[in-house]
Design a protein around this ligand. Structure first.
Ligand SMILES: C[S@@+](CC[C@H](N)C(=O)[O-])C[C@H]1O[C@@H](n2cnc3c(N)ncnc32)[C@H](O)[C@@H]1O
Length: 138
């Protein structure tokens, strides 16, 4: 109820989506852990399975991290990426504002081995639409 109270009453579609998400979460309760991003990522990378893909996903949180934390996370991923293999890749998937100031988020993927970044899609911040692109950026 508290979460729903944060949605403006005239935003009925947003409320509908939130209620749908709450129903899904109630049916399949996710494991939620309170942790700092650096500790969490380091721990999860250290415990990753040697025979499976490791995927780090985040949405709309990067901007809240101090610059030093963002750099450290990139460094941690780069380092871990050196030991990634094609049959046990490391994927960094994120939906975050891009640097262009565009009014939508960017879904981007960096994949190791190789560390290549691809911009996959432009997306609405609140999940209303997604527009797939296919562009190799680095
Ligand atoms: C705008 S919310 C986004 C929530 C959700 N990911 C989404 O897309 O709807 C920003 C999130 O960043 C998280 N956050 C901010 N600083 C963090 C940090 N140092 N470590 C981990 N999470 C952090 C907050 O806890 C909050 O959940």
């Amino acid at each position: 109820v508290r979460l729903q109270s944060y949605v403006w009453p005239d935003q009925t579609l947003r409320l509908q989506r939130l209620r749908g998400a709450l129903e899904l979460a109630a049916a399949n309760p996710p494991h939620v852990e309170r942790a700092d991003a650096i500790d969490f990522v380091e721990r999860q990378l250290a415990a990753r399975r040697p025979d499976a893909a490791f995927v780090l996903f985040h949405s709309i949180m990067w901007q809240y991290l101090p610059a030093a934390t963002r750099s450290r996370l990139e460094q941690i991923l780069q380092q871990a990426g050196q030991s990634a293999r094609a049959d046990a890749p490391i994927a960094w998937l994120r939906m975050e504002p891009d640097d262009s100031g565009a009014p939508h988020a960017m879904l981007a993927l960096t994949l190791w081995p190789g560390g290549q970044t691809r911009e996959l899609a432009h997306c609405d911040y609140h999940g209303r639409w997604i527009e797939w692109i296919d562009l190799v950026t680095s």
